[in-house]
Each structure stands twice: as C-alpha cells, then as structure tokens.
Design a protein around this ligand. Structure first.
Ligand code: TYD
Length: 215
C-alpha cells in the first residue's frame, strides 16, 4: 500500500482543526492504524517540548528568526520520527499544519521573507512534502472573531497578534495557493461546517479513490 501525506492549513480561526476531527472520526474506525494523525508544531515528544517553548507567554520577547528556527527544528524531528517512517509503512498521514504554516506565519506574518523561510525549511524537511494540502480559507476578520468567541481559554501567543499580522499571513497563504495549484487546494471555510467537511472529503477521495465512498 502506498503512503499518503496530507497537510491541513489555514489562518487562525479557519476551523480546520474541527474539520480534521470530524474526518478522523469517520476514517479512524475504517482505517485503524493506517491513519496517522499528527500536528505541528508537535507530533513527537521533542517537538511537543519545542511547542511549549514557542507558545509560552514568558517568551514574548522571542526573536523572529529564533521563532522560525524553532518551528523548523520541531518540524525536522517530526519528519524523521513520524512522517518518514509512516510514509515508508504505507500509512495515510493527516498533519494539522506543516511547512506552509512557516512560510505564511514567519515569512509573511513576521516579514522574514518567504524565500528565507523556505530555505531553512529545505534543510529541515529534506524535500519531504505533502502530496495534497487542504487550505481552509477565511478572511482574517472572520477568523479572529471566531477565536475570540470559541477559544477564550486557549488563545496562544500567535493568536494575539494584531489584525495586520493576520492579514499578512492570509495573503502569504493565497500566494502559496497561486504558486502550487497542483498541491494546494482551497476550501471556503466561511461555509457551514457540513459543507466544509464535504468539500474536504471530495478532495481526499482523489488521493486514494474511494477513501470515503467505498466505506
Ligand atoms: P494551534 O494551537 O495548533 O492552533 P491552530 O488550530 O490555529 O493550528 O496553533 C498553532 C499556531 O502556530 C498557529 O497560530 C500557527 C502557528 N505556526 C507558525 O507560526 N509556524 C509554523 O510553522 C507552525 C506549524 C505553526
């Protein structure tokens, strides 16, 4: 069986994590251990430790390049300990965020430059890329409003950035979409959740025909 690596991307408040949960709820009973669900930053014990450092409010003074390097370091460990072995074993990987997040947030949001962020991530990933990226798109104002309404207790250091930061993140995502139309597919995440889930399933069926249909 061939492995598949699919990433889920989007600005804060796009609802991609809820969609991912719904999809996993349906697929897990059918695929069992063939489905690997993971996230970035994180997905591995060392990467989860780096996640805590990245989101800790005590680290408000973190330099932007340090932040980009820590995301890349967490990614490197995740690639080696989870992604590569799972792909080799023919698993289907769903990752809540991957390298496009760094290009959008650190390259665009933090204004480090998209190419500079690709460069450090080329070192980290050694070319391991998703075959499909589902990009959940919402205008920044909508995303921020959703976070304020639903996640009061779980707002992290990045969620609290200014609206201008979130605009830059979204525009960087839209540029990625233009650059990689074959890999990245946009889903309108302002639609009702059911419709967003249906759109995601349709795209996932292309990766492995009948992934959802046949069950
Ligand atoms: P998380 O709590 O996982 O929320 P979400 O549901 O929005 O994914 O937070 C992840 C945050 O980390 C999010 O604000 C995006 C940010 N991030 C980066 O800035 N760069 C990266 O490379 C990654 C993977 C995430």
């Amino acid at each position: 069986m061939k492995g598949h690596f699919i990433s889920f991307e989007g600005p804060d408040g796009a609802g991609k994590t809820s969609v991912l949960k719904a999809l996993v709820g349906q697929l897990q009973p059918l695929l069992g251990e063939r489905l690997v669900v993971t996230r970035e930053p994180g997905g591995d014990p060392l990467s989860e430790q780096l996640r805590r450092v990245l989101f800790d409010d005590r680290n408000k003074g973190m330099d932007d390049r340090t932040e980009a390097l820590l995301f890349a370091a967490a990614r490197r460990q995740h690639v080696v300990s989870v992604l590569e072995p799972s792909l080799a074993a023919g698993k289907i990987i769903f990752s809540d965020r991957y390298v496009d997040s760094s290009v959008a947030y650190q390259g665009g949001g933090r204004q480090l430059g998209e190419q500079a962020v690709w460069d450090i991530n080329a070192f980290a990933t050694q070319g391991v890329m998703p075959e499909l990226t589902l990009y959940f798109d919402v205008p920044s104002e909508v995303g921020i409003r959703r976070i304020a309404q639903h996640r009061q207790n779980q707002v992290n250091r990045l969620d609290r950035e200014a609206l201008s930061f979130h605009h830059r993140v979204r525009h960087a995502y839209l540029r990625l979409l233009d650059q990689y139309p074959e890999r990245i597919k946009k889903i309108d995440a302002t639609q009702p959740l059911d419709k967003v889930i249906a759109d995601a399933k349709q795209l996932l069926n292309r990766v492995e025909p009948g992934l959802f249909d046949s069950h």
